[in-house]
Design a protein around this ligand. Sequence first.
Ligand SMILES: C[C@@]1(CC(=O)O)c2cc3[nH]c(cc4nc(cc5[nH]c(cc(n2)[C@H]1CCC(=O)O)[C@@](C)(CC(=O)O)[C@@H]5CCC(=O)O)C(CC(=O)O)=C4CCC(=O)O)c(CCC(=O)O)c3CC(=O)O
Ligand SMILES: NC(=O)C1=CN([C@@H]2O[C@H](COP(=O)(O)OP(=O)(O)OC[C@H]3O[C@@H](n4cnc5c(N)ncnc54)[C@H](O)[C@@H]3O)[C@@H](O)[C@H]2O)C=CC1
Length: 217
Amino acid sequence: MIPLFHDFTDETVLVLGGGTVGARKARRFAREARTVVVSPAFADADFGDAELVRTEPTPADVGEFVADLAPALVVAATDDGAVNAAAESAAREAGALVNRADRAGERDAGSVVVPATVEDDPVTVAVATGGTAPALSRHLRERIEAEFPDVGAMAELAGEIRSELAAAEVPATARHEAVRAVVESSDVWKALQDGVANGRQEANRVMQEETREVLDD
Ligand SMILES: C[C@@]1(CC(=O)O)c2cc3[nH]c(cc4nc(cc5[nH]c(cc(n2)[C@H]1CCC(=O)O)[C@@](C)(CC(=O)O)[C@@H]5CCC(=O)O)C(CC(=O)O)=C4CCC(=O)O)c(CCC(=O)O)c3CC(=O)O
Ligand SMILES: NC(=O)C1=CN([C@@H]2O[C@H](COP(=O)(O)OP(=O)(O)OC[C@H]3O[C@@H](n4cnc5c(N)ncnc54)[C@H](O)[C@@H]3O)[C@@H](O)[C@H]2O)C=CC1
């Protein structure tokens, strides 16, 4: 399976099932998309900014929700296999993506998996195990979050340096080496813990050192 990133801004996501799994997916998608959760009951859980619709659709009703909402993605997270299967076929018919929360293993195109995700804007790290061990995906996600608390700030810093070097018309190879030296520097990572300004200062030092090395060669 190959991970691809999908922008759901201005899209609708329909989640069927208001259990803890439906809540987790709703929370996740509601950060970006209009998210509607349809379920006869809702777990005592955080559904983020999702809209909750309390009703118990039959498999036939599911198609109507899909037709009405025209979602880009349908998440099938009920404990009823027939409803989840109906969600899958309605999504396919409507040309929407589908996420079957009750299935592991191989999938057809259009049937997508939700990975464990580290999000620290503008960075996204996605982890999956081919459905073999979701608990391990979660654990890896937590380890990555703990290991790189400033990853978003690092991305901003590297992006700023990239644009500045490009604007100064520094040749491509030197630019690439400078940016790589910054992101690979444990000193810059450490300095970022004390704020972006410290990170920037340390990055300047690393780049100066890098330039000196190039000139010495
Ligand atoms: C195939 C997939 C489909 C999909 O949902 O997209 C799927 C399917 C199933 N999960 C099951 C169980 C659990 N899932 C979790 C947790 C997560 N599951 C997620 C994704 C996926 N789960 C996709 C594959 C991802 C991959 O390849 O690794 C995460 C990463 C993302 C998310 O859901 O948001 C999220 C962690 C988020 C985070 O914390 O970062 C935990 C742990 C926990 O809850 O703490 C458990 C219990 C422990 C265990 O079993 O490992 C079961 C069995 C149900 C049963 O036994 O009844 C099935 C169905 C089956 O296997 O048949
Ligand atoms: N992908 C994942 O991470 C995981 C997936 N699962 C799978 O996902 C399913 C859901 O898991 P949980 O949330 O823990 O189960 P749950 O039993 O807590 O929640 C199921 C929800 O579906 C609702 N529901 C029942 N009939 C419905 C219908 N006709 N239309 C809409 N909603 C309906 C119920 O009211 C309930 O809110 C499980 O059956 C299991 O197969 C379970 C654990 C993790």
